[in-house]
Write a protein that binds this ligand. Structure first.
Ligand code: FAD
Length: 375
């Protein structure tokens, strides 16, 4: 996978997403407990469009993603590349599509717990009246009446460097994503990598940490040139260090790190004192915890019917790249269609007493009111 940013600071939210953050998008803090109608797992294009289809039916949604930004593969793997087969758009870039989707779902006020992965989905209800408790790896707990899995090719997870016993330091001294910058206040931080994530976090943490060292295997960076220039200016001003080399082992008593032993370009060993190590080596897509949620899987995909895109568990739907059915095409437009039909069935679980009537957005004043374009 060609992607590089393992986890980006909040500043890497797309421009539109960032704007929406201040107007209509609610970015939830980790560790909250919440109730909503539907939880959408995955903020790729299909998960985002599901907010729209659910919103038209008066269904509230939380959208959760392990990435700190919206857009799934479009935003993470090919933000600058044009897509030519989105209906109505002769050409739109990956990020352009995400920005438009974010704008389109703005009226529905969904909540977006980002930078966290749904670990478990427990069923609390019955097939006729489903109820679920979802728990994320950041401790967020959400109770909902239906779940829409829009997990694409799986969760984007950090590639881990091959450093002996690194796992014994993870969570205390070694982190692959930054959830709270203030956790690093007054610490000596070693950041490893040469992409946008490594450089962005270097610049963001340099004023917060006691000292920041950036380590990269060569003196060339894939990150945005202006970030590299800013980093070099800080090094020239003696406000941080840049070292060339790779980490070979860790020093300390797990889980508390005291330093890292490195090997330079000339193979000469050196050590860097640090309490925190942040390796940013890119992302890989993994199926993740979905296999433990009790739904039928077929070769890491979720079989669904093509009437309502429901899984083997009533109340759990699967849309987009993660699902499979005869004739499935892994196209964004397929996921949009699937979201519309899944929302119709979800309505029965969320509003069992309300009759659903088919309406066009062009002619229905009640839909236009929900969209904020009427009255
Ligand atoms: P994704 O975009 O994969 O998003 C899924 C999200 O779910 C991810 O952000 C992931 O982190 C998150 N997630 C997964 N599991 C969890 C969990 N347990 N907890 C929290 N979050 C989780 N399609 C087209 O139609 N036209 C094209 O021209 C086209 N070009 C492409 C070019 C490239 C280079 C690539 C790689 C793909 C292209 N595609 C194209 C395919 C398209 O991007 C996918 O079909 C689309 O992104 C699928 O959307 P999705 O919402 O199902 O999943």
């Amino acid at each position: 996978m060609e992607t590089n940013p393992a986890s980006k600071p909040p500043s890497s939210l797309s421009k539109a997403s960032l704007t929406m953050t201040h107007t209509a998008l609610t970015l939830a803090e980790p560790g909250i407990a919440a109730e909503t109608d539907v939880v959408i797992i995955g903020a790729g294009p299909c998960g985002l469009f599901a907010v729209f289809e659910l919103g038209l039916l008066d269904i509230k949604a939380h959208v959760i993603d392990i990435l700190p930004k919206l857009g799934g593969q479009c935003a993470e793997l090919y933000p600058e590349k044009p897509i030519y087969d989105i209906p109505g758009f002769p050409s739109v870039t990956g990020q352009g599509l995400v920005d438009n989707l974010v704008e389109q779902i703005r009226p529905f006020g969904a909540t977006f717990p980002l930078s966290q992965m749904i670990d478990s989905v427990e069923s609390l209800g019955t097939p006729e009246a489903p109820l679920f408790r979802l728990t994320s790896d950041a401790g967020t707990v959400i109770i909902c009446k239906a779940v829409m899995i829009a997990a694409g090719g799986g969760s984007f997870q950090p590639k881990k460097p091959p450093i002996p016993e690194i796992d014994t330091y993870e969570g205390t001294s070694v982190f692959y994503a930054v959830r709270r910058m203030d956790a690093f206040t007054g610490k000596d931080v070693l950041i490893v990598g040469g992409g946008d994530s490594a450089l962005d976090w270097t610049l963001n943490l340099q004023p917060v940490a006691r000292h920041v060292t950036l380590l990269h295997r060569r003196d060339e960076f894939r990150a945005a040139p202006h970030s590299v220039d800013q980093m070099r200016a800080l090094v020239a001003a003696g406000q941080m260090d840049l070292r060339i080399g790779q980490v070979t082992s860790l020093l300390g008593t797990a889980p508390h790190l005291s330093g890292a032993v490195c090997r330079g370009g000339d193979n000469a060993p050196f050590s860097v004192g640090c309490q925190i190590l942040l390796p940013f080596f890119g992302l890989t897509m993994k199926m993740g915890p979905i296999s433990g949620w009790g739904i039928n899987l077929n070769e890491n995909l979720i079989p669904v019917d093509t009437e309502k895109f429901e899984t083997s568990t009533p109340g759990i739907f699967a849309i987009g790249d993660i699902n499979t059915y005869p004739g499935k095409l892994k196209l964004i437009l397929s996921g949009f269609h699937e979201a519309a039909l899944a929302a119709q069935k979800a309505h029965r679980y969320v509003h069992p007493d309300k009759r659903l009537t088919f309406q066009y957005t062009t002619s229905s004043s009640s839909l236009q009111k929900k969209l904020g374009v009427y009255g």
